[in-house]
Design a protein around this ligand. Structure first.
Ligand code: GDP
Ligand code: IMO
Ligand code: MG
Length: 422
């Protein structure tokens, strides 16, 4: 399969975890390249549900290597808990996990700052996961962050952390928030550093080494295209480059070594957190929530739902260079009689075929819809393209064509076996 980048083509939670798990069968190494524990990637193996936050979803397949790349921000306490949680239920996490020494570390003051800024923004808040992601990437860009290499340099950790805590506590106090307790941070981070030390290395030569030996790499995107810091609906975005380019900068594997980009999208649209969602629709939200679906894997918040937005996915195909599409959650539309698809935006007399970058303009855009007849038949047991109802095939073909990429995978349920290769 060559080296493959897998990205979310919408606003996150497209089902990347499930598709990564399926594609890992044909890969040797799975690499996370951006984001942090704001991500929640769900994988079902038989009756066991796993939600991965920092560890690549490939960890669930034996014999595969997993890498947390330099582009990721790591909350070490959360990572230790995730490793131990997996180990406790019998998943091997040891020499099959490698962590970049240049990935930045998330500290409690990042989480406090994240929460405080959200509070201060009031109704203009972003709706972050409050995991400290924005402030941690902020420190990285400001060149004041500490990295995993610092965390595992146990002799000098106290000195480095003390300086950072002192500075950030001043900031927290100025914003009216409670400062963090240095002694506690030191104790917890020393312990986490000791635990994580054996996993931490320079992942760039590591990845180039395995590539030289013929390994096939699968890059696991987190979040989605429209949460990308540069290409998303700024400021309602996360703080990293979630799009395909991020796989290169976030891992040290150069563009010419990438062979294929897979874009994952739901058969409809969801978003969790604030910000514009042009096709948001109450009816489809109630329908999906009524089925017990579309609650966040990380924060448990109800996701906002809407019709499929082909304006957005077309832009995602362009920005990421999507070759192949994986369309998930087709079964979510099984009961809908008439399915809408957004093919353009209207703003006064103006029409848009792309997302206007001005957030106020985008928020005021009205979707232009076309409609498709539903199939009103359960699809969760379909095993092949031919078994899918004709209307479902027509719908899938149409949304792939509108997006401008080749349909490759259709997912009709959360399980591994509920996957159709087209
Ligand atoms: P990710 O962040 O992109 O990995 O997606 P999440 O795990 O946050 O959310 C996707 C949700 O959809 C999870 O609960 C998955 O188990 C579920 N899922 C994925 N594909 C399908 C599908 O085709 N049908 C159904 N019913 N659920 C799916
Ligand atoms: P996965 O990888 C969906 C959203 C948050 C918020 C915005 C900024 O599971 O698809 P942050 O905490 O990153 O500063 O929040 O981004 N967000 C996600 N939404 N899926 C995710 O990850 C997300 N990660 C962040 O809800 O709107
Ligand atoms: Mg998710």
């Amino acid at each position: 399969m060559g080296n493959t980048i897998l990205v979310g083509a919408q606003w996150g939670d497209e089902g990347k975890g499930k598709i990564i798990d399926v594609l890992t069968e044909q890969a040797d190494v799975v690499v996370r390249y951006a984001g942090g524990n704001n991500a929640g990637h769900t994988v079902w193996v038989g009756r066991q549900k796993y939600v991965l936050h920092l560890i690549p979803s490939g960890i669930l397949r034996r014999g595969k290597l997993c890498v947390i790349g330099n582009g990721v921000v790591i909350d070490p306490l959360s990572l230790v808990a995730e490793i131990q949680g997996l180990q406790n239920i019998g998943v091997k996490v040891g020499r099959n996990l490698v962590i970049s020494e240049t990935a930045h570390v998330v500290f409690p003051y990042h989480r406090e700052l994240d929460a405080r800024r959200e509070l201060l923004h009031g109704k203009n808040k972003i709706g972050t996961t409050k995991r400290g992601i924005g402030p941690a990437y902020g420190d990285k860009v400001a060149r004041t962050g500490l990295r995993m290499g610092d965390l595992v340099d146990l002799d000098r950790l106290a000195e480095k952390v003390s300086a950072r805590v002192r500075e950030n506590n001043r900031l927290l106090k100025a914003l009216g928030a409670k400062p963090v307790v240095l002694k506690r941070v030191l104790a917890e981070y020393l312990q986490a550093g000791r635990f994580l030390k054996p996993f931490v290395t320079n992942t760039v030569p590591f990845l180039h080494g395995v590539m030289k030996r013929g390994a096939r790499l699968l890059f696991e995107g987190a979040q989605g295209t429209f949460l990308d810091l540069d290409h998303g609906t700024y400021p309602y975005v996360t703080s990293s480059n979630t799009t395909a380019g991020g796989a290169c900068t976030g891992s040290g594997v150069p563009p010419h070594r990438m062979d294929r980009v897979v874009g994952v999208m739901k058969a409809y649209t969801t978003r969790v957190g604030e910000g514009p969602l042009p096709t948001e629709n109450k009816e489809i939200s109630s329908l999906l929530h009524g089925m017990g679906r579309e609650f966040g894997a990380t924060t448990g918040r109800a996701r906002r739902c809407g019709w499929f937005d082909a304006v957005a996915t077309r832009e995602a195909a362009m920005v990421n260079g999507i070759d192949d599409l994986a369309i998930t959650n087709l079964d979510g539309l099984d009961t809908v009689a008439s399915i809408k698809v957004c093919i353009g935006y209207r703003h006064g007399k103006k029409r848009f075929q792309y997302l206007p970058s001005d957030i106020r303009t985008l928020s005021a855009c009205a979707p232009i819809y076309t409609e498709f007849a539903g199939w009103q038949t359960p699809t969760e047991r379909c095993k092949s393209w031919r078994e899918l109802p004709a209307n479902a095939r027509a719908y899938l073909k149409a949304i792939s064509e509108l997006t401008g990429a080749k349909l490759c995978i259709v997912s009709v349920g959360p399980g591994r076996e509920q996957t159709i290769f087209v």
